[in-house]
Design a protein around this ligand. Structure first.
Ligand SMILES: *[C@@H]1O[C@H](CO)[C@@H](O)[C@H](O)[C@H]1NC(C)=O
Ligand SMILES: *[C@@H]1O[C@H](CO)[C@@H](O)[C@H](O)[C@H]1NC(C)=O
Length: 178
């Protein structure tokens, strides 16, 4: 004869295995609905200005300012398991010491499908400088628009929605007009 306790246990075991199966199905469905939207990136201008380095006020540090235009329709990334998108623009370059760098210069969190058709004409939101303090002789950089899809259930997925076709040069540093 079953006691009430063991009956409750059986029911909750059944419910939790149903729940596990449902969550697994949701997570798997994300792989079925993979979208790979592509957009456009253009770099309108790159300017380099020397500024005072924070730790060594007597030393100049180059700061790069990037004006860009990105347009990408990322609405296909929104399905019933999409919680939000993390979208970012990255500068990729090898510095004069041959170190490969990926620097995030702009980002945005997109929470709703209605906001996922991206058209941004803007400039870098984060400081863009090189560890060597200078962009002089640094080879041209590529810029890429990347995203992470954060699902309600399952793992993060990464993707790239665009990249510059030609690398963009860093111009010589120019004195800032004040
Ligand atoms: C930005 O890019 C889009 C698509 O390539 C283009 O239609 C638009 O005119 C551009 N805007 C500016 C300000 O350059
Ligand atoms: C940096 O160097 C690596 C290895 O030499 C190369 O594969 C990569 O394309 C370079 N990156 C850029 C942005 O030039």
């Amino acid at each position: 004869m079953h006691s009430i306790v063991s009956r409750v246990n059986n029911v909750s075991a059944l419910l939790s295995s149903c729940m596990m199966a449902l969550l697994a199905a949701i997570a798997l469905s994300s792989f079925v609905f993979t979208a790979d939207p592509k957009g456009d990136i253009s770099i309108a201008s790159v300017k380099v200005y020397p500024t005072n380095a924070r730790r060594y006020p007597h030393r100049k540090q180059d700061m790069a300012f990037v004006n860009f235009n990105i347009s990408a329709d990322l609405t296909p990334l929104f399905n019933w398991n999409t919680k939000q998108l993390f979208l970012y623009l990255e500068a990729e370059y090898n510095n004069t010491k041959g170190v490969q760098n990926e620097v995030v210069i702009w980002d945005r969190i997109v929470r709703r499908k209605e906001d996922a058709n991206i058209n941004v004409v803007g400039k870098n939101k984060y400081m863009f400088r090189d560890v060597s303090h200078k962009f002089k002789n640094v080879p041209p950089a590529h810029y890429s628009l990347k995203y992470n899809v954060m699902p309600y259930v399952g793992v993060l997925t990464y993707g790239e929605a665009g990249r510059t076709t030609e690398p963009v040069e860093f111009p010589p540093a120019q004195p800032r007009v004040s």
